[in-house]
Design a protein around this ligand. Sequence first.
Ligand code: FAD
Length: 317
Amino acid sequence: MKVIDHINQAKDTLISFEILPPLKGKTINSIYDHLDPLMEFKPAYINVTYHRSEHVFKKKADGTFDKVEVRKRPGTVGICAAIMNHYKVDAVPHLICGGFNKRETEDALIDLNFIGVDNVLVLRGDAAKNETVFEPETGGNRYALDLLKQVMHLNNGIYLEEDIRDGFRTNFCIGVAGYPEKHFEAPNLQTDMAYLKAKVDSGAEYVVTQMFFDNQKYFDFVKSCRDAGITIPIIPGLKPITTKKQLTVIPRTFNVDIPTEFSNEISKCKSDVEVEQVGTEWMLQQSKELKAAGVPVLHYYTLGKPKVIYNCVKQIL
Ligand code: FAD
């Protein structure tokens, strides 16, 4: 079932979770171990992130280095199939531009359609680890907007091979990312908003936000979206802070602010066990306020912290 249908049919705020594929070498059981306790909350759907391959240097016996391509977290498509089969819950794979040409993307979309996936969250992806700016693959998509248009083409039966006539029309519901505190590369909020509007005008049916720790940033973002003529649901993305190190890593990596009151509380903690308690409580208060404001879905980035998410969600349902 499509995410947009889940939202339209819901009588109350829905819950969704986002997970990472396990590192190569682990089994699907690590996903089940992660999700099993969270299934008590009957999530409407589960997102599975996508990770491009990266280049690493491996030392050879003669002391020189070989540049090799490794993909540390493969398996997004397989995990989606496993989740739908095991839990009977919709899976939402993330699809990125980075590292893929359009042909590979089209083949991935065909696989997703064949296994019964109805949704994709389309994203650009970040620059490869060895690059300072994002560079698309040769023959790949540069912006999430271009990838979205490719999915829309397939939804209209238009394939890359021009000689396919009357091609099967997929029916993917497409979500996109939005940034209440602006995307780190955007010169300002207005430009970023204009590109978000372009994604919506081209067929996106809902927006999932980057994490934020001050709900006012989300409320202001929703207002700016409405003022810009974006009327689709805007789903808040929530992530817990669980270590002191994240106080500097999160703002640097995601271009988001941590409110003074929250950062002061974290700074006072004597251990990461205490930080986790403070972080869970903060996310709980954010969740309660967002739910009271009638947001369509509370989307939790579980990212290896299912216990923290569990402790929060059990107090809001
Ligand atoms: P875009 O919408 O393409 O925007 C990227 C930048 O380009 C922005 O600054 C925008 O303002 C600008 N821009 C957009 N269109 C144009 C244009 N036509 N001309 C000029 N500038 C333009 N990354 C992963 O690798 N895997 C994941 O699974 C993943 N999941 C995510 C889930 C969520 C909910 C979020 C919020 C992010 C996720 N990311 C993931 C990270 C995401 O890929 C990065 O934030 C990336 O840098 C931007 O992606 P985007 O889809 O917002 O890009």
